[in-house]
Design a protein around this ligand. Sequence first.
Ligand SMILES: Nc1ncnc2c1ncn2[C@@H]1O[C@H](COP(=O)(O)OP(=O)(O)O)[C@@H](O)[C@H]1O
Ligand SMILES: [Mg+2]
Length: 398
Amino acid sequence: MKACSQCRRTYTADIAFCPYDGKALSVVSDEEELGEDPLVGRVFIDRYHLTARIGEGGMCTVYRGTHVLTRKLWAVKILHAELAAQRRAVKRFQKEAQAASRIDHANVIQVTDFGTSEEGYVYLVMEYLEGSTLKRAIQTDGPFTLDRAVHIVRQIGEALDAAHAQSVIHRDLKPENIMLLPTDEAERERVKVLDFGIAKVQEDTGDSAPLTAQNMVMGTPQYMSPEQAKGLELDARSDIYSLGVIAYEMLTGKTPFQGGSSKIILNKHANEIPPSPRRLRPELSAHVERVVMRALEKSPLRRPQSGSEFARELELAVRLAATMSKREAERSLPPPDAASAPPPLALERSPADVIMASQTVLAREQPRRRATWRTVVIVAFVIACAFIGGMIWWSLRS
Ligand SMILES: Nc1ncnc2c1ncn2[C@@H]1O[C@H](COP(=O)(O)OP(=O)(O)O)[C@@H](O)[C@H]1O
Ligand SMILES: [Mg+2]
């Protein structure tokens, strides 16, 4: 969480300067996180006791609220008071509620209520998610295991397909807008996609145009598709590109393009080929790399055409890589001793196995190399004989 040195507003968003006064933001500790907030501790719209501030972006604050009668926890997202008077901001907030409500899917946040309080606060109420953002998970345990990355990509992919089936394009897919809910199994979290704040409902035409100022590029530079970076018309495949960036980051610990200003990053998305993920994580297989790079193609036509297509491709590539390394491990086992039972399959290799495996490969390579040399000597000998024979025949004839 970051705080403004001037107005002390806090932000979870990945921004460097306060959108209100332009002052630099500094990272603050968890205790400082909550800070002073007039709404914390109050009962909001007679129903929700707001107990903590759990997130903040440029336009809204998210609170944890306990329903006063049922005691159930909810997340209450409230538009900043200064923006409640701006028609465009309220309309966009309303759009977020509408876009999220259209999608009924286990991997998409459920919005249950939307309105304006008597004091003029514009709010929406969502299911409360107990977990952490994907952003935090990458910071603490990235890069992820292949299985974990596939498990997360599959669920985001399904959430996107459900959104796209309802003509909703998310347009701001990034780890900060994805929550991971722990389950009984480690690394098998349930995923929820949130924040449809700049989502676009494709079928609404003129109505959505005034919500974003002309030529204004919306989104988060590190995760924006080339067409989004250029301010072009978007379709569902723009979200697939963002999912590709997320997969890249989960697998390598880094986004494809970073450093420099937003403008530089956008320019790179539009024009540069991302650095090879295997340069950052050499043990990744070529298949896995190819699938991730396909999602990052500049042309939407060349990307996987849906979230589940991308997830399927990634899963297959990961399985292929696992099968190949399993075969490699099997091949490198010493031949079974006739008297002993057949050795078990080497799925997980211990350091000792690795040393043994490399020695076995070397031992096999030496006879092969000797055989190659023998062939070269024989061929040279045959050529020399043929040449000498030819010379003798020619001298006898003349
Ligand atoms: N339903 C929820 N349950 C728990 N935490 C949430 C929920 N919704 C949002 N948050 C937290 O608040 C942060 C900001 O929420 P988000 O909807 O992305 O708002 P913004 O539009 O300001 O980015 C999220 O990154 C997450 O940490
Ligand atoms: Mg957000």
